[in-house]
Design a protein around this ligand. Structure first.
Ligand SMILES: NC(=O)c1ccc[n+]([C@@H]2O[C@H](COP(=O)([O-])OP(=O)(O)OC[C@H]3O[C@@H](n4cnc5c(N)ncnc54)[C@H](OP(=O)(O)O)[C@@H]3O)[C@@H](O)[C@H]2O)c1
Length: 297
């Protein structure tokens, strides 16, 4: 099987490439169908998905059976200030991939976000809930979803949240660094969501992508928390002496308005390939152990 992974140097792209190489992770072995697969991994330096002609050429030539789009502009505050770039990378790029995928009859997995929702719910969002993004990032990602659904029949849209992986930067790494440097932190306690380990997401993407159960999936770690709860666990599992105090969103003063409640219900996963996403604290503990091993090596 030929697989194309775009945005392969990012957190999720890198995890997927490693998982396809190892054929297993802590969740288990990936389906047999991926054995001996030929993976082509590209990032913006080798395939800029905003370049329609290059995207079309490269997919027509490779003729992959499966494309997994992990390329994105993920800097939420940056998207507010450069809306055109956000739209190009998060909406037009996925559309280019979808059109090219449809031509060669490939399946396309496109990754999206909890930020497509308004964020004022009180119970977890299901896949069919109305989207109403409040940030430029969320709006560009929602446009990407719409374009993918319109242009490629064999699409899977995986919405995830609060993602962390071994390469690149994320909240876990930032909190660990600040905790070591400062010994005291203040973190927002009025935004709730689901921390998600890239390993768990990558594994479930591969489970779903082998089926023909197309459509939108929510795929996040089990259980919800606030950024404050998340930070406290990071500090605790890292054994760093540091106090963590709660604050409000108003006090945190970020350019882009974050959704207050963006917890997702993995309903479609449960109804199809099964929801084996680990409890967020379990997946986080393992991740911190892996980070520490990598730091020692
Ligand atoms: N991170 C989160 O907390 C989070 C939460 C919810 C959903 N998601 C979604 O999950 C997916 C994966 O996120 P991630 O955290 O793995 O992202 P990431 O680490 O930021 O990786 C994205 C990759 O895409 C590359 N890229 C940027 N512009 C590109 C272009 N025009 N063409 C090709 N590649 C390009 C980036 O390169 P540069 O680094 O050089 O720009 C980077 O290597 C994204 O769709 C994201 O929206 C992420």
């Amino acid at each position: 099987m030929k697989i194309l992974i775009t945005g392969s140097k990012g957190q999720l792209g890198n995890t997927l490439c490693e998982l396809l190489k190892a054929q297993k992770n802590s969740l288990g072995s990936i389906p047999e169908i991926y054995k001996g697969c030929e993976v082509t991994a590209v990032d913006v330096d080798t395939l800029d998905i905003t370049d329609k002609t290059a995207t079309d050429k490269s997919i027509s030539k490779l003729k992959p059976e499966l494309i997994i789009n992990c390329a994105a502009m993920t800097n939420v505050d940056g998207c507010e200030t450069d809306r055109d770039l956000a739209e190009a990378v998060n909406a037009l790029g996925p559309e280019n991939l979808a059109i090219a995928a449809e031509k060669v009859k490939a399946k396309l997995v496109h990754v999206s976000t909890d930020y497509v929702f308004r964020g004022d719910a009180t119970v977890p969002y299901v896949e069919t809930d109305e989207c109403d993004p409040v940030t430029a990032y969320g709006a560009s990602k929602r446009n990407g979803e719409i374009k993918v659904m319109a242009s490629c029949k064999k699409h899977f849209i995986f919405r995830t949240s609060w993602l962390y992986g071994l390469v690149g930067n994320n909240f876990v790494k930032t909190i660990r660094r600040f905790a070591k440097e400062r010994g005291a932190l203040t973190v927002v306690n009025d935004q709730r969501g689901n921390p998600t380990n890239c390993e768990d997401l990558a594994y479930h993407i591969l489970l779903a992508a082998k089926t023909e159960n197309y459509g939108i999936y929510h795929c996040t770690g089990t259980g919800e928390c606030t950024w404050f709860d998340f930070a406290k666990k990071i500090v605790e599992f890292s054994g760093i002496p540091c106090t963590v105090d709660p604050c409000t969103t108003e006090q945190s003063n970020r350019p882009a308005k974050r959704p207050a409640y963006s917890s997702l219900d993995n309903r479609h996963l449960r109804e199809t390939v099964g929801d084996g996403m680990r409890e967020w604290t379990v997946a986080l503990k393992e991740y911190i152990e892996q980070l520490e091993l990598a730091e020692k090596a």
